[in-house]
Design a protein around this ligand. Structure first.
Ligand code: PXL
Length: 286
């Protein structure tokens, strides 16, 4: 019987626990084959000083042509950090070439956090990412990314649920079918996600415990565990809840050791639990 298979399009930050070094173990842990399409190799993620960056854009076409010749298929295309405008274009081509009726496209429009774009990103890049979102079944921006995707002012706190619903509707107008806004908080104790299904108009909010500590890579941990659970067959809102609970657990496993571990969470210590809780059930291709 066929195993479910996802392709993760993201960078390899050799050190720092984000992008592919997080996506590969987390998605694989639920029994899903995880094919990788690396967009760049960095010595570490960009929050480390002095990181190196080797762009892999030129590898994109030969790798994907090889897969195309072999008529490879994917149950899920999951894209994250993209290094250039050209790469956004190539991901668009990739989706056009490989998406079938059975393929779920999940785009995490990685752009920034805390109201600021990550190093090397521009507003033009954000505009292009907004166009890519039209190809997605699910997008998973945080509030910073939502603001840049929509060309709106960033509001990081003191917002209302009405404001969040307005953002979700505007994000849906970019063309994605389902939207999840991450890092949403309506009180000091809880932090969570707001989900919107454009077809049904259904809205839901789920929050976990808010831990007053910031770690890099938690967006990737969230998006990877969401992808794993969604491909596994959990529904949209269930998968979003699973990812939220897992991310909170990973932060809790790290918070006592923040001095040594500022660069990423100790998700490895939580993987066995994730696997035991969610790996059973439907892993077979449609
Ligand atoms: O976690 C998002 C991310 C992915 N890849 C690289 C990054 C970051 C965030 O800083 O620098 C290279």
């Amino acid at each position: 019987m066929k195993q479910k298979r996802a392709v993760a399009i993201n960078d390899i930050s050799c050190m720092g626990k984000c992008s592919l070094t997080v996506a590969l173990p987390i998605i694989s842990s639920l029994g899903i084959e995880t094919v990788v399409l690396p967009t760049a190799v960095l010595s570490s993620h960009t929050a480390f000083e002095g990181f190196t960056f080797c762009d892999l854009t030129e590898e994109f076409a030969p790798i994907t042509q090889h897969w195309k010749q072999r008529a490879e298929e994917f149950d899920c295309i999951y894209s994250g950090y993209l290094g250039s405008l050209r790469q956004i274009e190539l991901v668009e081509h990739f989706i056009r070439d490989f998406k079938t009726e059975a393929t779920t496209v999940i785009i995490d429009p990685v752009l920034g956090d805390h109201g600021r774009l990550y190093t090397n990103f521009t507003e033009e890049f954000a505009e292009s990412m907004a166009k890519l979102c039209a190809y997605a079944d699910v997008i998973t921006p945080n509030l910073t990314e939502a603001a840049f995707l929509l060309g709106r002012e960033y509001v990081g706190e003191g917002y209302t649920e009405e404001y969040v619903k307005e953002l979700l509707c505007e994000l849906a107008s970019l063309g994605a079918k389902k939207i999840i806004l991450t890092g949403i908080s309506f009180d000091e104790k809880r932090l969570g996600i707001a989900c919107y299904d454009a077809a049904s108009g259904e809205y839901s909010y789920y929050a976990g415990e808010r831990i007053e500590s910031m770690f890099h890579g938690t967006g990737d941990v969230w998006a990877s565990s969401f992808t794993a659970a969604y491909v596994k067959g959990y529904d949209f809102a269930q998968a979003a809840k699973i990812a939220t609970d897992f991310t909170v657990q990973c932060i809790k496993a790290t918070v006592d050791d923040k001095e040594n571990h500022w660069y990423g969470v100790k998700f490895e210590n939580c993987l066995a639990d994730f696997c035991i809780k969610y790996a059973r059930g439907n892993t077979l291709s449609k």
